[in-house]
Design a protein around this ligand. Structure first.
Ligand SMILES: [Zn+2]
Length: 240
C-alpha cells in the first residue's frame, strides 16, 4: 500500500511540471494524496531541523561543563548541575526523536490525522467531552488525575521494559516538526507505536489508568494503509 502511495506521489510531481486536467477525485484519493504530500514535505522539514538540534546539544553540553566548574568552586548548588544534566538529556533525546520521526514519517502524519479527527469528534459533543473516560469505536480517552509531566516518561518506559523485556516503542517524544506545522501543542505528550487492542497496548493502558496518567488510544487507520493506531500519552494536543 505504501508503495502505491509513492507511485502516486511521483505521478503528482510529474503533473506539477506539465499540468493537465486532473481526474475527478473522491474523498479517499484526496485524503491519500494529501497524506503522501504531507509525508514527503514532513521528511524534508525534519532533515532541516537536525543541525539546530545538534547545536542545542552542544550548547547544553557547554552549560553543563560550566556549571560543573562553578560547583567545584562552591558557587552553585548540586541541584543546578543536575538541572543542566537533565536539559542535556532532553536535547539529546530530541535528536533521537527526530531520527525516529524521519524513519517513520508516514506513521507520524497518520497519528496527527487521527488525533485531529478525534478532537473534532469530541468538540461536536460537549457531553462526551466532560467525561473522565470516553470510549468510541475509533478511540478511548482517559483524562487522568492531572499532574502528568513528560519528565516522568521514564517510569512508563521502565514499566514496559520490565514487563515485556524490550523498549517502549516511542514514535514521537514531545513536540515534533509536524506539530509545529499544524500548530498543535504536543510539548507534554508522547506517542507510542502500539495498537491499543494488542496485549502490549492493553497492558500499557492498564498501567496508565492505574497511575492516573492521561492518555488517548487510537484504533482507526488511514484508509488504505495500516498506519494510524497508536497510544498518545498526556493530555490531548490543542491547537494554538
Ligand atoms: Zn500524540
Amino acid at each position: 500500500m505504501l508503495l502505491c502511495g509513492d507511485v502516486s506521489a511521483q505521478r503528482k510531481t510529474k503533473k506539477k511540471t506539465t499540468p493537465t486536467t486532473p481526474p475527478p477525485q473522491t474523498e479517499l484519493t484526496k485524503l491519500r494524496d494529501e497524506y503522501v504530500r504531507l509525508t514527503n514535505e514532513y521528511k524534508a522539514s525534519l532533515g532541516k531541523l537536525l543541525p539546530f538540534y545538534e547545536n542545542d546539544v552542544k550548547r547544553a553540553e557547554e552549560k553543563l561543563e560550566q556549571s560543573k566548574k562553578l560547583l567545584a568552586e562552591g558557587l552553585i548548588a548540586r541541584a543546578q548541575v543536575e538541572e543542566n544534566e537533565h536539559a542535556l538529556a532532553i536535547a539529546k533525546e530530541k535528536i533521537n526523536e527526530t531520527n525516529r520521526q524521519m524513519a517513520n514519517a508516514e506513521g507520524q502524519i497518520a497519528g496527527v490525522l487521527v488525533e485531529t479527527e478525534a478532537d473534532e469528534e469530541i468538540a461536536k459533543n460537549l457531553k462526551l467531552a466532560k467525561r473522565g473516560l470516553i470510549r468510541t469505536s475509533s478511540f478511548t480517552r482517559f483524562t487522568g488525575a492531572g499532574g502528568w509531566n513528560l519528565g516522568d516518561a521514564w517510569k512508563i518506559q521502565r514499566f514496559f521494559s520490565d514487563t515485556f523485556n524490550k523498549q517502549l516503542p516511542i514514535a514521537v517524544f514531545g513536540q515534533g516538526a509536524i506539530h509545529d506545522r499544524w500548530r498543535l501543542d504536543h510539548h507534554n505528550a508522547m506517542d507510542i507505536q502500539l495498537h491499543p487492542d494488542g496485549a502490549e497496548g492493553q497492558a500499557l493502558l492498564n498501567f496508565l489508568q492505574k497511575n492516573g496518567i492521561p492518555y488517548s488510544a487510537f484504533r482507526s487507520a488511514i484508509p488504505g494503509t495500516a498506519t494510524g493506531p497508536h497510544i498518545h500519552i498526556g493530555r490531548p494536543s490543542h491547537r494554538y
